[in-house]
Design a protein around this ligand. Structure first.
Ligand SMILES: *[C@@H]1O[C@H](CO)[C@@H](O)[C@H](O)[C@H]1NC(C)=O
Ligand SMILES: *[C@@H]1O[C@H](CO)[C@@H](O)[C@H](O)[C@H]1NC(C)=O
Ligand SMILES: *[C@@H]1O[C@H](CO)[C@@H](O)[C@H](O)[C@H]1NC(C)=O
Ligand SMILES: *[C@@H]1O[C@H](CO)[C@@H](O)[C@H](O)[C@H]1NC(C)=O
Ligand SMILES: *[C@@H]1O[C@H](CO)[C@@H](O)[C@H](O)[C@H]1NC(C)=O
Length: 580
C-alpha cells in the first residue's frame, strides 16, 4: 500500500471515529470576538469586502468610541463627537468609527446590486433620511436628507428584481415606497390598508417591522401581526390573502417573532417556479407588551408556522420549538438549516420589557423527516452562551459559516449597571458543521468568473481540507447554495435568501479536486441582482463562502476553460476510503 493511501486511511478512520462521538455531543460553540466595539450592534450588515457595518442610534448619548477629530470638527450635528456606527473587521477585530449625522434608530436597509449598503429612515431628524455606505477603505456614510417621501420608523426593506428597494410601513405609516428614487422629483408612495388592518393598537401595533419575502412569482409576501398577503407592488394590488396564522399569537414588534423564506430549491424542471415556504417562529401574546409595562412578564410562544406561499391551497403547518422565545433572530445557514438565536423567554420587545434571556440557540432542519417521532424532531437545542441578547440585539451569517452575534440594549441610553446592561461585545456562534473533525470543502473557485448571469451554466471547483475521495453515491451529498446577505435588526434579517442551485453532478478533476457544474437562477424574481455568497456543501458542511455577483452580463465560457475541462475531466471516482 502506498504511503499516501495509508494516510488517507488513517484520516478516514480518525474522522469517522470522532464524528461518531461528536454527533452525540457537539452542539456548536461560542467565541467572544471583541468585548467592546464601541457601539451596541443594533443593526448589522455584511458587505462584500468582508467588513461588518453596524450602528445603533445617535440620540442615546455617549457611545464608547469617538470619531477622529477631523470628522467631528465642523459638523454641527455630531456635537458630542461620539460615533454611533462602526465598521468591524471580523478577521483582525479592528474597528473603524463611522459618521452618521441623523438618527438611525429602528431603521431598515438592504444591499444594492452595486454592493453599496442602502439604509432608510430612523427617528426624528432621521425619519426621512436615506443613507448610503460604499464598501471601500476609508468610505463613510453619505446622507440624503430627503430620500423618503414619508417618515419611516420600524419599517422593513426588500430588494426587488428590478434592483431597487421597497420600503414598507413604519409607525403610523400605512404605505410603501421605493428607494433609491429614480428621479428625486418623483415623490410617490402607495397606500397599503393591510398595515392599518393588522395594527393591534396605537403604540402597541404588533405589526411593525413587517416580514417581507420576495416570492418566486415576483410578488411580495407581507406578514404582519398574524396575517399575510401577497402584494403585486407594481400594480399596488393585493393578489392573495392567506389564512390567519393560528394560535392567538402576534409575531411583529413589539410582540416580536422572526421569519425566513425557507431555501428555494431550484431544479431544471421548474426552473422559474419553485415552491416557496415562509417559516415564522416565536412572538408572544398580543398584550404581552402592555403587561410587561405593568410588571407582568408573560411567557413567549414556542410555536412556529410554516406555509407554502406558492401553493394553490396554502395552510399553516404549526410546529413547536423546544424553547419559548420572543425577539429571536432567524438566520438561514448556508446549508439551508435555520438557526434561531437571541431573545428572551418572557415579556416583549421595548424598554426593559423582557426577562429571562434564552441563551441557547435552536437549530431547525426544514427537511428533517416528519416521521421522526422525537418530540422536537426538526429542532435541536444548541450550546448556550452567557451574554443576554435582548432588545436591540442582532445576528448575521459570516462568510466562514459562523454567525456573528452582537448588541442588546433595552435602555434608552447606554447603561452598564442595569440587570441587562448595554452590550458592546460581539461574539461568534459556531454551528455544529464547524466541528473540526468534519470534511470541509475548501479552495472554492468559480469559472469562468465570479460574475454570473441568469440561467448561466458555470463551474464551481473545490477541494477538501482533509483529503477524501468522493464516490458516485456522493453526488447527492454535494450541494451548491447562494446566500443573499441580510440587513438585520429587531429580529428580522431583511433580504436574507438561500438558493439551492440545480447542478449536473460532481466530477473529479484530479486526486483531490472536484467541480460541480451549476445552473444559475433563471430570473431576478428568484434571485434579485447583486452580491451573493456561494457555498459548496458536502454532507452538511459548508465551504467558506465565495462572493459572486449575480445578474451581471452573461459571459460565454472562454475557449481556455473549455480546453482545460476536456483535458482534466474524468468520470467521478468510485474509490472510497474504507468504512472503518
Ligand atoms: C468603555 O470604554 C472604557 C474606556 O476605554 C472601558 O474602560 C470600558 O470597559 C468600556 N465599556 C464597555 C462596556 O466595554
Ligand atoms: C485589519 O485589516 C484591515 C483590512 O481588512 C486593515 O485595513 C487594518 O489596518 C487591519 N487592522 C489591524 C489592527 O491589523
Ligand atoms: C389574529 O389577531 C387578531 C388581533 O389580535 C385577533 O383578533 C385574531 O383572533 C387572530 N387570529 C387568530 C387565528 O388567532
Ligand atoms: C412544476 O410547476 C407546475 C406548475 O406550478 C406544478 O403543477 C408541478 O407540480 C411542478 N412540478 C415539479 C416537479 O415541481
Ligand atoms: C441604569 O439602570 C439602573 C437600573 O435600572 C438605573 O437605576 C440607573 O439609573 C440607570 N443608569 C442610567 C445612567 O440610566
Amino acid at each position: 500500500m502506498e504511503a499516501r493511501n495509508i494516510i488517507v486511511l488513517i484520516l478516514a478512520f480518525t474522522s469517522c471515529f470522532s464524528f461518531a462521538i461528536s454527533s452525540q455531543e457537539y452542539r456548536g460553540r461560542w467565541k467572544l470576538l471583541k468585548k467592546d466595539i464601541g457601539v451596541s450592534a443594533m443593526h448589522i450588515a455584511l458587505l462584500p469586502n468582508e467588513r461588518v457595518v453596524t450602528f445603533d442610534r445617535t440620540d442615546a448619548g455617549h457611545s464608547n468610541i469617538t470619531l477622529p477629530k477631523e470628522k467631528c470638527k465642523g459638523s454641527h450635528t455630531v456635537a458630542d463627537c461620539y460615533a454611533h456606527s462602526v465598521e468591524f473587521d471580523v478577521y483582525n477585530m479592528s474597528v473603524r468609527p463611522l459618521t452618521v449625522i441623523t438618527d438611525t434608530w429602528c431603521s431598515s436597509g438592504a444591499l444594492l446590486p452595486s454592493g453599496t449598503l442602502i439604509q432608510s429612515g430612523g427617528f426624528k431628524g432621521g425619519y426621512k433620511v436615506v443613507r448610503y455606505f460604499r464598501p471601500c477603505e476609508d468610505c463613510d456614510w453619505d446622507e440624503d436628507p430627503d430620500g423618503l417621501v414619508s417618515p419611516r420608523w420600524y419599517a422593513s426593506n426588500q430588494i426587488l428584481p428590478e434592483g431597487n428597494v421597497i420600503v414598507v410601513g413604519g409607525r403610523d405609516q400605512f404605505s410603501f415606497e421605493f428607494i433609491p428614487r429614480s428621479m428625486s422629483s418623483e415623490r410617490t408612495q402607495y397606500r397599503l390598508p393591510f398595515l392599518h388592518e393588522t395594527m393591534e393598537l396605537q403604540r402597541m401595533e404588533n405589526n411593525l417591522y413587517p416580514f417581507l419575502h420576495l416570492s418566486p412569482d415576483g410578488n411580495l409576501f407581507i406578514f404582519a401581526n398574524n396575517r399575510s398577503i401577497l402584494l403585486d407592488y407594481k400594480e399596488n394590488k393585493v393578489v392573495r390573502t392567506y389564512p390567519d396564522m393560528p394560535g392567538g399569537v402576534a409575531r411583529n414588534y413589539p410582540s416580536t417573532g422572526s421569519s425566513v423564506l425557507l431555501p428555494l430549491r431550484l431544479s431544471l424542471i421548474n426552473s422559474s417556479a419553485p415552491n416557496a415556504e415562509a417559516f415564522i417562529c416565536g412572538g408572544t401574546h398580543p398584550y404581552s407588551s402592555k403587561k410587561a409595562n405593568a410588571g407582568i412578564f408573560i411567557e413567549a410562544t414556542k410555536s412556529c408556522g410554516r406555509m407554502m406561499i406558492t401553493s394553490t391551497n396554502p395552510k399553516w403547518e404549526m410546529e413547536e420549538m423546544p424553547l419559548s422565545r420572543v425577539m429571536g433572530d432567524m438566520i438561514l445557514l448556508p446549508t439551508g438549516d435555520v438557526l434561531i438565536i437571541n431573545g428572551a423567554k418572557k415579556g416583549s420587545a421595548g424598554w426593559n420589557a423582557a426577562m429571562e434571556p434564552v441563551l441557547n440557540p435552536v437549530l431547525y432542519r426544514p427537511n428533517a423527516d416528519d416521521s421522526d417521532t422525537r418530540k422536537f424532531g426538526r429542532f435541536e437545542v444548541m450550546k448556550g452562551n452567557v451574554i443576554p441578547r435582548l432588545y436591540h440585539s442582532s445576528a448575521h451569517l459570516l462568510s466562514d459559516g459562523r454567525v456573528l452575534v452582537g448588541g442588546s440594549n433595552p435602555h434608552a441610553v447606554y447603561n452598564f449597571s442595569a440587570m441587562y446592561p448595554t452590550e458592546l461585545s460581539v461574539e461568534a456562534f459556531y454551528p455544529p458543521y464547524l466541528d473540526s473533525s468534519k470534511s470541509r470543502p475548501s479552495n472554492v473557485w468559480v469559472s469562468p468568473g465570479t460574475e454570473v448571469g441568469y440561467m448561466q451554466k458555470f463551474k464551481v471547483n473545490f477541494q477538501f481540507e482533509n483529503m477524501i475521495y468522493l464516490g458516485e453515491n456522493d453526488n447527492e451529498k454535494v450541494k451548491v447554495t447562494m446566500v443573499a446577505p441580510s440587513f438585520t435588526t429587531h429580529s428580522f434579517s431583511m433580504n436574507q435568501r438561500v438558493l439551492v442551485l440545480a447542478n449536473d453532478g460532481v466530477r473529479q478533476l484530479s486526486a483531490a479536486s472536484y467541480h460541480v457544474e451549476c445552473h444559475a437562477p433563471a430570473n431576478a424574481a428568484l434571485a434579485p441582482p447583486g452580491y451573493y455568497q456561494l457555498f459548496v456543501i458536502y454532507d452538511g458542511v459548508p465551504s467558506i463562502g465565495k462572493w459572486v455577483q449575480h445578474g451581471g452580463p452573461c459571459l460565454p465560457p472562454s475557449e481556455n476553460t473549455r480546453v482545460e475541462e476536456k483535458a482534466t475531466e474524468v468520470t467521478l471516482s468510485t474509490r472510497m476510503p474504507p468504512a472503518n
